[in-house]
Design a protein around this ligand. Structure first.
Ligand code: IPE
Ligand code: IPE
Ligand code: MG
Length: 241
């Protein structure tokens, strides 16, 4: 199959708030978890599309630090889904040369899931293709708080001077320390909010809020959103040339 040449103007790092699984299921008269399963299946298609579209980094929001507020049934179902997902996809990621990383508060997750996450990272540590970051039990405020704790510990230990804390130093303590900032953040399902996602990192990201529910988000829609990004003028506070 002929590969389309990646558009050099395309985003290098795309982050997606995969929203709308519950409404998708509800519209079909099915339980919310049915929507989460359909949503998980979509991830494969989008990951596979990235290399052809020139996307080097993909970050997906799978579970937020606020999502614990949902019913026990939904939370437990999601945790089972995440475990199964990692077990099922791990080999495929290795085969496709996808480097997997997780961001979020890992110790709060159950030991089995936590272990699978560590394993997936270790198994793909040598992969040099696409970089997939999965935000699981992730919250931007929680991440900045945890980073600040670690930073404060280094200051207390004399490893860092308070006057050396700046915009370069702080992000080294974030979960995303080895990943570049997102160029484009996409949210599906029509909600125009960021829901605590990548607060520090998306300071200069472009945003696309689209009405499609996540389980209906196809490769074609993804390509279309990326095309629109190419028409944007990112000024970063300066004046365009
Ligand atoms: C996003 O879909 C997936 C998670 C937050 C885990 P939702 O479950 O939020 O779906 P809606 O917003 O209720 O439709
Ligand atoms: C954000 O979606 C979190 C994920 C997609 C994992 P939510 O559905 O939880 O966000 P709110 O509650 O509508 O802001
Ligand atoms: Mg939602």
């Amino acid at each position: 199959m002929a590969k389309t040449k990646p558009d050099p103007a395309g985003p290098r790092h795309v982050a997606i708030i995969m929203d709308g699984n519950g409404r998708w299921a509800q519209a079909r008269g099915r339980p919310r978890l049915f929507g989460h399963h359909a949503g998980a299946r979509r991830v494969r298609e989008i990951v596979e599309a990235c290399p052809d579209l020139g996307v080097e980094y993909l970050t997906i929001f799978a579970f937020s630090t606020e999502n614990w507020k949902r019913t026990q049934t939904e939370v437990a179902g999601l945790m089972t889904l995440f475990r199964r997902y990692i077990m099922k996809e791990m080999q495929a990621f290795v085969r496709e040369n996808v480097r997997v990383r997780f961001i979020g508060d890992r110790p709060r997750l159950d030991a089995k899931l936590h272990g699978l996450m560590d394993e997936a990272e270790a198994m793909t540590a040598h992969c040099t293709g696409m970089n997939l970051t999965i935000a699981l039990n992730y919250g931007g405020r929680d991440e900045v708080s945890r980073a600040t704790q670690r930073l404060a510990r280094d200051v207390a230990a004399g490893k860092l001077r308070p006057e050396d804390v700046d915009e370069e130093t702080l992000p080294r303590y974030l979960d995303t320390c080895v990943v570049p900032d997102p160029d484009l953040v996409i949210r599906t399902s029509g909600e125009a909010r960021i829901s605590n996602f990548l607060l520090w990192q998306s300071a200069y990201a472009e945003y696309e809020f689209i009405d499609t529910l996540w389980p209906d988000f196809t490769r074609e829609i993804f390509a279309d959103v990326l095309k629109q990004y190419g028409a944007r003028d990112r000024r970063f506070g300066a004046v365009s040339a």
